[in-house]
Write a protein that binds this ligand. Structure first.
Ligand code: PLP
Length: 375
């Protein structure tokens, strides 16, 4: 099996699994209690919080809020930042649905929303973002890297440009796809809110965190018993949080080798494919994640190709895997100005941990063979 859908979900890392095992067994306590069994769970959560804070250079572990995944982190950032001041939201048209739908929700509550258009490669410029910011803006949300194309946004420069307009505007970045291969570091003057999801980096599904810079007042989106200092109620998923902590630490520790191996896999894949069949790279010359390869196969329906690839033992994705089921022209490709026919002929291949140049060779051989049989 050639699994090239790591951007959708990547296997659990052994470090995460090992850390989780006791907490799906004898260490079952609810961390909100006072007795020893509860405290064992509480200590495990706080250790994970410290592990994560240290891994991203956060000043305090209290800046880490555990959530039910990337989607919830994005909701908490966007809605949570806009509600206290009822200020406006600025986001790019290629953000994940978790950001865009959160913005739409806030809009229904009466907040102003600006969705920024992107260029042909899916990027925004710092100047274009700054032009949409004013003193009434509560939050700007720009992803580090796009989940479909892997294309990077100049988040540091955008943050600087936004601050030059108003230092009261919060900047959020969705680092869900980027975290596996790019340094995600907290720094003075950098983004105030950062979303990360465990299952894209070798942790379990259904857990993530939001970095919230000290002093930022977020309105919670989940209400209840006041866990996470009132920022996210609900009994903690201890096993998942412990797995997330281990996955974050291990990811940061071997990011450099991950990056070079995955780049070798992806680059060899594209290089070998080009020698055999006609492909168009959606990301063009844009800077992108080493893991992603978003390709158009002119004249071949993505749906047909995906099914044939699956039969040949290769897993890939079309559209955004997060809303998989029916394949429809994705909002990302539409925002990039890619016509529906080209979009319907495009597939995302995403490489991950354990892959190297030999994966690229095998994947190119399988894909080229299937495409040749279809043409
Ligand atoms: N943001 C981005 C960029 C993503 O790629 C995804 C998932 O694909 C999410 C957010 C949502 O994360 P989760 O699946 O943990 O809810």
């Amino acid at each position: 099996m050639l699994y090239l859908d790591h951007a959708a979900s990547t296997p659990l890392r052994p470090e995460a699994r090992a850390a989780m095992v006791p907490f799906v067994g004898e260490r079952f306590g609810n961390p909100s209690g006072v007795h020893a069994t509860a405290q064992q769970a509480k200590n495990a959560i706080e250790a994970a919080r410290e592990q994560i804070a240290a891994s991203i250079g956060a000043a305090s572990p209290l800046e880490i809020v555990f959530t039910g995944g990337g989607t919830e982190s994005d909701n908490l950032a966007v809605v949570g930042a806009a509600l206290p001041t009822r200020g406006g939201i600025v986001a790019t048209a290629v953000e994940h649905a978790a950001v865009l739908e959160s913005a739409r929700f806030a809009e229904r509550l009466g907040m102003a929303v600006s969705i920024l258009s992107v260029d042909r490669l899916g990027r925004v410029t710092p100047a274009a973002v700054a032009a949409h910011v004013d003193s009434g803006t509560a939050i700007v949300s720009v992803m580090m890297a796009n989940n479909e194309t892997g294309v990077l946004q100049p988040v540091a420069e955008i943050t600087q440009a936004v601050r030059a307009v108003s230092d009261r505007v919060l900047v959020h970045t969705d680092a869900v796809q980027a975290f596996a291969s790019l340094p995600v570091e907290v720094y003075d003057g950098g983004p105030d809110l950062i979303s990360v999801s465990a299952h894209k980096i070798g942790g379990p599904q259904g857990v993530g965190f939001l970095f919230v810079r000290d002093g930022i007042d977020l309105e919670p989106v989940i209400h209840g018993g006041g866990q996470e200092l009132g920022r996210r109620s609900g009994t903690h998923n201890v096993a998942a949080i412990v797995g997330l902590g281990a996955a974050v630490e291990a990811t940061v520790a071997d990011r450099d080798s991950y990056r070079s191996n995955v780049a070798a896999a992806r680059d060899r894949f594209e290089q070998d494919l080009r020698l055999r069949i006609d492909i168009e790279n959606t990301a063009g010359t844009a800077e992108r994640l080493v893991s992603h390869s978003h390709l158009r196969f002119p004249g071949i329906a993505a749906e047909t190709l995906l099914v044939r690839l699956d039969l040949a033992g290769l897993a890939a994705a079309a559209g955004a895997a997060c809303h998989s089921g029916a394949i429809q022209s994705s909002h990302v490709l539409t925002a990039m100005g890619i016509d529906p026919v080209a979009a319907s002929e495009s597939i995302r291949f995403s490489f991950g941990r354990g892959d190297d140049a030999s994966t690229g060779v095998a994947a190119a051989d399988t894909v080229a063979g299937v495409v040749e049989a279809l043409t």
